[in-house]
Design a protein around this ligand. Structure first.
Ligand code: DC
Length: 225
């Protein structure tokens, strides 16, 4: 009888924008030699395509059909690269226009269905993955080996996001970033499918007063216990 492949290790990290989950998820994935999957980048890539095609973002049928005919890929080189039908769109998906429009794409059940299927497929490849998003522990991998929910005060989240955006060359103010974060929290929490919420079996970590290292070590302490 042949050897059975080990079950992939799945780590779900959910939380709102600026909670620290991207930075920490990348480090945790590296430390555990797992894939890092940024699910938000996938919704952003589809948003970019819909915008480029000038689609009516309220037209759910058109968005579902777009999702079904689009190839989204993630590849880790020096950093995570996001591919849209073969084109590297890693920078293009971070513009304020995409950030403002992603809610129209993320709220469509048929679109989420496609994205979730893709996320499950990639997540189960190799030895497993660290997936970060909004609905990983609730929908994508409800049986994940470890589930974490990260949050922080809106002020601290805005500060972090603002720093990231300025470093990537965008001109933003902390006030406008905070407003944007609160608007996105609202649409992420209120949509009918894949809404952002902490599931009962997720470990909650308030990252407000914690450093990146502090959050990373906390997460690893549960996994490596
Ligand atoms: O993580 P992010 O800010 O790059 O995500 C962009 C948007 O994508 C976010 O506002 C909500 C959506 N999203 C989602 O609906 N489900 C996920 N699993 C990840 C992100």
């Amino acid at each position: 009888m042949g050897k059975r492949a080990a079950k992939p290790l799945i780590i779900a990290i959910d939380g709102p924008a600026g909670s620290g989950k991207s930075t920490v998820s990348k480090i945790v994935a590296k430390r555990l030699a797992l894939l890092y999957i940024d699910t938000g980048a996938m919704y952003r890539a589809l948003t970019l395509k819909a915008m480029r095609q000038g689609l009516n973002l309220e037209d759910e049928d058109a968005l579902v059909s777009l999702a079904g005919s689009t190839k989204i890929g993630l590849e880790e080189k020096d950093k995570l690269h996001v591919f849209l039908d073969g084109e590297d769109v890693s920078l293009a998906i971070r513009t304020p226009g995409v950030t403002a429009n992603v809610k129209y794409i993320a709220r469509v059940p048929g679109v989420r269905h496609e994205m979730v299927a893709l996320q499950r497929l990639i997540g189960q490849k190799h030895c497993g993955a660290v997936l970060e998003g909004r609905d990983i522990g609730t929908v994508v991998f409800p049986n994940a080996d470890y589930k974490f929910y990260l949050d922080a005060s809106p002020e601290v989240r805005a500060k972090r996001r603002c720093k990231e955006l300025i470093e990537s060359g965008q001109k933003v103010s902390e006030i406008s970033v905070k407003e944007d974060i609160l608007t996105r929290d609202d649409s992420d929490m209120k949509r009918n499918v894949g809404a952002l919420k902490k599931c009962d079996d997720a470990i909650f970590i308030d990252t407000t007063g914690l450093s990146i290292d502090g959050v990373t070590e906390k997460i690893l302490s549960y996994i490596c216990a």
